[in-house]
Design a protein around this ligand. Structure first.
Ligand code: ADP
Length: 711
């Protein structure tokens, strides 16, 4: 059967070892050297054709292959398969497979059995085989298939295997996957650090500063906009022209890091929003590649807006405190000046009974004024500590209004204001602390009088509505800018434009007023159309049901409001004549003509009286304009001027006198409650020759007048 075919079929090579079909390979050589008669395969001549063909394919292929033949699965393989065997080659050639592959027989044995017994081929891809081919256990990966080789009689004689070792590829792939995972993990860790960083972090790439990575805090700073992957100043155009672009560029070009503290940043919360002001501490750190070239910038920092604002608020409060202390000193000196002067007048041997009585009246009035100031101060402190307690009782509105008017009417009259009062026809009964409520109205009315130029209109209106009483105090005065309308209720706040008005107070009246109104469960609001357009202050108070008022009245009795003393005392009517009296004759400069100007009548009169007692002739002016006129007319030897006066301030009077031909060398003395070094400097700048702070000692004043008039 085999002879004829063997000359043309591949099986020839198995009969004739030197034939053209048997490759000159290592396996081919081996094949030739084996004495097949001693193997389970028996003499070659008896080999079935199918075995020969399979072996022919196997030995001639350069793809790893083997044939297992017969019941003992004798192993025959080609050169390409030798590396798979490792040290098992060449022993394995022609030996039973089970012997060679004992270490992996648990995997491949059942597969071989399946093929041999059932003829079903197998397929394995990248399967792990732990083998000891090189003397130590080794993880290897293979892709292979077993397929049956049918014997010439149709039974399964052996199996054919083409296989591929995948170990290098699988290990490489695994390593690659591991590296990718590691990189991803590192990235994730970095991202977590980014996100959990206590401040904001951003990684900017390239010369356009493209956002490569940003954390939540950064997104929060710039208002959660989609900025990742975009150039910084394209994504956040609002940050342009704020110096940050230049800073980044400098770091990018120079490679030098930048550290900044408390940098101001104006940023939108989202596109189209108004700019919000933030403050940041930040570091720009250059990022370099392996060659050392800068490739990006690592920006890291903190939003310190809260801290900066807190520090600013503290500075502001500190400044406000300083201003308040200066104002307090001014306000206390103002009444102290007439008191000191009046005391000097009363003590003078030249003072007659009438003058002494007048001096005492001045002292009395000014002491009351100081007492009110002190009381207001204490009230404000009580309110801010929650220690001001109201004495609530049933009261009738008209009585409260009456009490308030008693306190402020003289001041309103003194400034020639017209006051209109409109109360509801029906008596309005409410539950309140009558003294405090009267204080609210008198504060508002006296402010209206203070901050309105002479001859203005002041209105007090009351409306009783559903459960609510509205009281409006309106004036035609200097008004308030929109900005200052919020500020004025704060403690110690005075609007700059009102500061140098003679009547300026401590800046606590409205804080106190608001506090009292709120303690009553009400509210205080202000409205002004702007500077020069007058102001309206509106008090809203809860109106209890009639029964409630009665219940309170039954317990506490009717209201007995105490009038408060107005902050500014009206001009005394009994001031002694001053312009022509020359009394007492101790002075060398006897008969010297002195001009004194002050809008506080007591201060003016007592100073004049004092100078007269020292033998001077005195002319008095009640405001700046009058002072200038008189000065022009009478050309005094010296002028003593208050600074804060209505119409024309002392500064302006001094400036105009200095500018005139007749007043260029006139000694000018500023006598004022403002005693800070900068106040003295301002006076000298305005042309004053001297600055005295109230209350000045009479002897000092006397010697100053003598000195300036001596030559
Ligand atoms: P004071 O009058 O002692 O300065 P207030 O607390 O009573 O303090 O008022 C605070 C500031 O509010 C004043 O300095 C003034 O600038 C402003 N103000 C108060 N009432 C008026 C008013 N009727 N018209 C214009 N400005 C006012």
């Amino acid at each position: 059967m085999e002879t004829d075919q063997s000359s043309t079929s591949p099986s020839i090579l198995l009969q004739d070892a030197d034939g053209p079909g048997l490759p000159a390979t290592e396996a081919g050589q081996l094949f030739r050297t084996i004495d097949w008669n001693t193997t389970p395969l028996g003499p070659q001549d008896a080999w079935p054709q199918s075995l020969r063909i399979a072996l022919g394919v196997c030995l001639n292929s350069r793809f790893p292959m083997f044939v297992w033949w017969g019941p003992s699965l004798v192993n025959l393989y080609n050169d390409a398969y030798i590396p798979v065997l490792g040290k098992r080659h060449p022993t394995a050639f022609g030996r039973p497979a089970r012997e060679t592959w004992a270490d992996i027989w648990d995997v491949v044995g059942p597969q071989a059995e399946q093929v041999m017994l059932e003829g079903r081929p197998t397929w394995n891809q990248d399967v792990l085989l732990v083998m000891e081919r090189n003397g130590y256990p080794e993880d290897t990966y293979f892709t292979w298939s077993y397929s049956p080789i049918y014997d010439d009689d149709g039974s399964i004689g052996g199996l054919f295997c083409a296989c591929q070792e995948e170990t290098a590829r699988v290990v490489a792939e695994r390593e690659r996957d591991r590296l990718i995972r590691q990189a991803q993990d590192a990235m994730q860790t970095l991202k977590t650090w980014f996100d959990q960083a206590p401040g904001f972090v951003a990684l900017l790439k390239g010369p356009d500063f493209v956002f490569d990575m940003v954390n939540d805090a950064y997104l929060q700073l710039v208002g959660h906009r989609g900025i990742e992957g975009r150039p910084a100043f394209e994504a956040l155009p609002d940050l342009r022209n704020q110096g940050y672009e230049e800073l980044l560029q400098r770091v990018y070009v120079s490679g030098e890091p930048f550290i900044g503290r408390g940098l101001r940043l104006q940023v939108q919360e989202s596109p189209g929003d108004d700019l919000r002001e933030r403050y940041v501490d930040l570091i720009y750190q250059p990022v370099r590649n392996t060659d050392g070239a800068v490739t990006g910038i690592f920006a890291q920092g903190h939003d310190v807006t809260e801290q900066v604002l807190a520090v600013n608020a503290l500075k502001e409060a500190d400044q406000r405190k300083d201003e308040f202390l200066a104002t307090l000193a001014h306000e206390l000196r103002n009444p102290l000046a007439p008191i000191r002067q009046a005391v000097a007048v009363a003590k003078s041997p030249a003072a007659d009974e009438a003058r002494t009585a007048w001096a005492l009246a001045v002292i009395d009035r000014q002491v009351s004024h100081m007492a009110v100031l002190l009381e207001d101060l204490l009230d404000v402190s009580r309110i801010s500590r929650g220690r001001l307690h109201l004495r609530m009782q049933g009261v009738v509105l008209a009585e409260v209004v009456q009490a308030a008017l008693e306190a402020v009417q003289p001041m309103i009259d003194a400034k020639g204001h017209h006051l209109a009062i409109a109360l509801p026809e029906q008596p309005v009964r409410l539950v309140a602390d009558p003294v405090r409520l009267a204080q609210v109205l008198s504060n508002l009315l006296s402010n209206a009088a203070k901050y309105t130029d002479a001859g203005g209109r002041i209105t007090l209106e009351a409306h009783a509505g559903e459960g609510c009483l509205t009281l409006r105090v309106q004036d035609t005065g200097i008004g308030l800018s929109i900005d200052s309308q919020d500020e004025i209720f704060e403690m110690f706040s005075q609007v700059a434009s009102a500061l140098h008005r003679s009547e300026g107070g401590l800046g606590i009246g409205l804080a106190l007023t608001k506090g009292i109104v709120e303690l009553h469960g009400g509210s205080l609001r202000v409205h002004s159309e702007g500077l020069g357009h007058g102001s309206v202050f509106t008090v809203s108070l809860p109106l209890p049901a009639a029964e409630a008022v009665e219940a309170v009245e039954g317990g506490a009795g009717a209201a007995h409001p105490q009038p408060t003393t107005p902050a500014d005392t009206p001009a005394p009517t009994q001031a002694p004549a001053a312009s022509d009296g020359v009394e007492g004759a101790e002075s060398a400069a006897e008969g010297t003509l002195v001009l004194v100007a002050d809008d506080n009548a007591d201060a003016l009169d007592s100073l004049a009286a004092l100078l007269e007692l020292n033998g001077h002739r005195v002319v008095k002016a009640r405001d700046g304009r009058e002072a200038l006129e008189i000065a022009r007319r009478v050309r005094p030897r010296v002028a003593i001027l208050d600074i804060g006066m209505p119409d024309l301030s002392g500064f302006e009077v001094a400036r105009q006198i200095r500018a005139s031909a007749w007043g260029a060398t006139m000694p000018l003395v500023a006598l004022t409650g403002w005693g800070q070094p900068e106040d003295a400097r301002a006076a000298l700048d305005a042309g004053f020759t001297h600055h005295l702070t109230k209350p000045v000692a009479p002897a000092v004043l006397g010697s100053l007048v003598r000195a300036v008039t001596a030559n």
